[in-house]
Design a protein around this ligand. Structure first.
Ligand SMILES: *Cc1c(COP(=O)(O)O)cnc(C)c1O
Length: 230
């Protein structure tokens, strides 16, 4: 069985190649190693092999791991966040990828203010209209961004999306294109306080297509840690 180090090196190689194909600098793509359900010993292996950003889906699970591993690396919240967990999230995470409503944004802002912090966030967009997926509908995104941009303790830095599951990466590509075009449109509006540089898109099965379409953050679990037990 390949080691986590072997897997990571292979992923990084594929990141480089996809970036080069697209005429991009591989250094502008941040690899978020998704460690949900992965135990601490194996996360440490990944860190020793060079991982600098970890992505977690559940506040409780992340909290336990962060207590053990610490803040020497970045922790990103990539899963759905409930408002009642915002008070933990603002101190645990360097980044929250999953802002999907005004009330959640307000609660994060309020909790961050109490801690004297400014939290970096992305707005999660539901491009497929699937009811099973989290994220805000694309028609409502602009309004949300206007609201969030005005909050003092949140720094809104871009967009995130989860595509439906496909067996072929090419089927995800239209969603990556849509998210990029969406981001470009928002940037054109020049909303004060909304930088919108980041595009968090692409997972183990399709990160190369995402990079070719402009991803600045890819979220990769299985290709680094192997299949998850459920
Ligand atoms: C689990 C998860 C990933 C990683 O998925 P893999 O297919 O294992 O790479 C990425 N993003 C989100 C939001 C996830 O929940």
């Amino acid at each position: 069985m390949p080691s986590i180090r072997d897997n990571l090196l292979r992923v990084l190689e594929r990141v480089d190649q996809a970036a080069i194909r697209a005429g991009r600098d591989p250094g502008e793509i941040k690899l978020v190693a998704v460690s949900k359900t992965v135990e601490v010993a194996r996360i440490r292996e990944a860190i020793e092999a060079g991982v600098t950003i970890l992505g977690e889906n559940y506040v409780q699970e992340a909290r336990r791991k962060i207590e053990e591993i610490g803040h020497g690396i970045q922790w990103h919240m990539i899963g759905h966040l409930q408002s009642n967990k915002a008070k933990y999230a603002v101190t645990l995470f360097d980044y929250i990828h999953s802002i999907d409503g005004i009330s959640l944004a307000r609660e994060i802002d309020r909790r961050a203010a109490q801690k004297g912090r400014r939290v970096r966030v992305l707005v999660e967009v539901n491009l497929s209209g699937e009811t099973s997926k989290f994220g805000i509908d694309s028609e409502a995104v602009m309004d949300l961004i206007h609201h969030v941009a005005a909050l003092k303790h949140i720094s809104i830095e871009g967009l995130m999306t989860m595509t439906p599951y496909f067996d072929e990466p090419e089927k995800a590509r239209p969603y990556f294109i849509k998210l990029r075009e969406f981001r470009d449109r928002i940037q054109k509006e020049g909303i004060e306080g909304a930088r919108m540089d980041e595009l968090s898109m692409g997972m183990s099965g399709d990160f190369e297509a995402a990079i070719e379409e402009g991803a600045t953050m890819i979220r990769v679990g299985t290709a680094i840690f192997g299949e998850r037990r459920h």
